[in-house]
Design a protein around this ligand. Sequence first.
Ligand code: TYD
Ligand code: MG
Length: 455
Amino acid sequence: MAKPKRRYICSACGNESNRWQGQCPDCGEWNTLAEEAPQTVFSQKHHLSSGGRAIRFEPLDAPGETPVRRTTGLPEFDRALGGGLVPGSAILMGGEPGIGKSTLLLQATAKVALSGGAAVYISGEEAAGQVRLRAERLGLAKAPIQLAAATSVRDILTTLGQMEPPALLVIDSIQTMHSDQIEGAPGTVSQVRGCAFELIRYAKENGTALVLVGHVTKDGSIAGPRVLEHMVDVVMSFEGERSHQYRILRSLKNRFGPVDEIGVFAMEGQGLTEVGNPSLLFLSGRDNPVAGSAVFPAMEGTRPVLVEIQALIVRLASGATPRRAVVGWDSGRMAMLLAVLEARCGLSFSSAEVYLNVAGGYRLADPAADLAVAAALVSALADKPLPADAVWYGEVSLAGEIRPVAHSSIRLRESAKLGFAQAFGPGDPPERTDGARYKGLSVLPNLVDRIMAGT
Ligand code: TYD
Ligand code: MG
């Protein structure tokens, strides 16, 4: 048999190479390559075309069982999952330390257990006593959860093999798990991958919904093994600013549902509470209108969320290099908007510092935010407050045109419901404006004229 090759695996992206290097050739991270146990290499003499068993082909429309989803007992969690837990599925839950992953999953486990399903919570990070204390604080101490502090996957699977398979199995976290059949310390790529593989196989064979908690690296990807993202059915991320109360549960990949729905929670003294109607959440106190603040009706999946965009412009004495800082939006996109405002509207931001902030720790990804950001910037530059009852949405092109965006009528309906009587958007009004006074703007100079004229 051929001599086993040395292999080096990058702990950030899982890329394999056969010599050690300081920088991973695939993802460019430094000092992430580590030697892993050699893999048996099959020689060419093994023929893969014979000796196997025949597989059975099936038609696509064969009557199969549609999986019955199980509720987590937390409607916002169900919503982010696309309608609840699918039996036999594997979910990877990522998020920064302290954001509330353990709290959320303990609450979900308790709800599942209280509704009559068997639910197992395995903590590899905290002692059982610590988890119990938290459950007490959450008012869930009476929930019939099967709780254990363990890190050996062999012990966990042996124990599970001797009981009825649970409806929900939470592993907090996959990075603390280890298997004695795999080389390497807990947390290394081969350990994490091997342990996840065994746990996922158990889940698939037994119809258990499995949730693996995964730590997140500083750039936001789920720690090390991105390979895990390929192995699981659903990848979720629990986000928020730790200094703010609000937490957003997002699904980044979902084999069983849409990926644009979010669940919104607030972290309170008794754990996470659900925020069923988040549309007003990200508006700061707006009593007297200030220059540089614009309200944007954003879409999160099928739900509208009104967010406040704040811009601040500070004129500098000539010579100093102006700073540009953006929180909650793409800084490249802001640079583009500033350039379009300069080139198409004759405004000058060149000797001014520009700060942009999305209120409430929210992160905007909706391209329709362009017009609201432009309105905030122009309002800040001109020192003219925007009307307090107005919302702004539309995509801005490099030519300075304001382009139509999706879900106009949902945005307008929600804005009108919350008392925003005017809406500024692209071109012609949509078919239904639901009571909002709609004002179409076709190019950016229209926006500037409106704001300068006090709209
Ligand atoms: P935790 O679930 O331990 O986070 P993770 O598992 O993602 O690391 O959440 C820890 C934080 O949540 C901690 O800083 C305290 C806060 N918290 C509350 O504010 N209220 C509560 O009821 C609980 C249980 C935690
Ligand atoms: Mg935790």
